[in-house]
Design a protein around this ligand. Structure first.
Ligand SMILES: [Zn+2]
Length: 137
């Protein structure tokens, strides 16, 4: 079972937030996302992550997704190699977001997956960089 947990540090921004909300959101997120790279079949014991992963998977194939590494389409569960889950690093995160990595890209070196994940999460955390969870508490 594989799970990689990271903090993505930078300034967290909700794309839809108004300016006034943005300031609050930045405070609330303290500029970090907690991210988890998980196996599709991995049981998640955090409800917010479990729900986000399930609804993402349940939406296939009606909502076709693309792999954050190669942009290849993901239209069914069997095509999913990893799920990249992220939540604002706050005590009670309001929502989790989900990105998919396809089965072909699943075996790429972690560094390549990290680069793709960093790019995919720039909208949420401009200038964000990954740091191991242990680096900050
Ligand atoms: Zn891919």
């Amino acid at each position: 079972m594989k799970q990689i947990a990271y903090r993505l540090e930078g300034i967290a921004v909700n794309r839809h937030a108004r300016r006034s909300e943005l300031a609050r959101y930045r405070r609330e997120t303290s500029g970090a996302l907690l991210t988890y790279l998980v196996d599709v079949d991995q049981p998640l014991d955090v409800p917010i992550l479990k729900n986000a992963a399930r609804s993402w998977l349940d939406a296939l194939p009606r909502r076709m997704r693309s792999c954050i590494v190669c942009s290849g389409l993901i239209w069914e569960r069997q095509r999913v190699g990893w799920l990249l889950l992220s939540v604002p690093a706050v005590p009670k995160p309001p929502a989790a977001s989900v990105c998919g990595i396809c089965i072909e890209c699943a075996d790429l070196p972690l560094a390549a997956l990290e680069r793709a994940a960093t790019t995919a999460l720039q909208a949420a955390v401009p200038g964000g960089r990954f740091a191991p969870m242990e680096a900050r508490t």
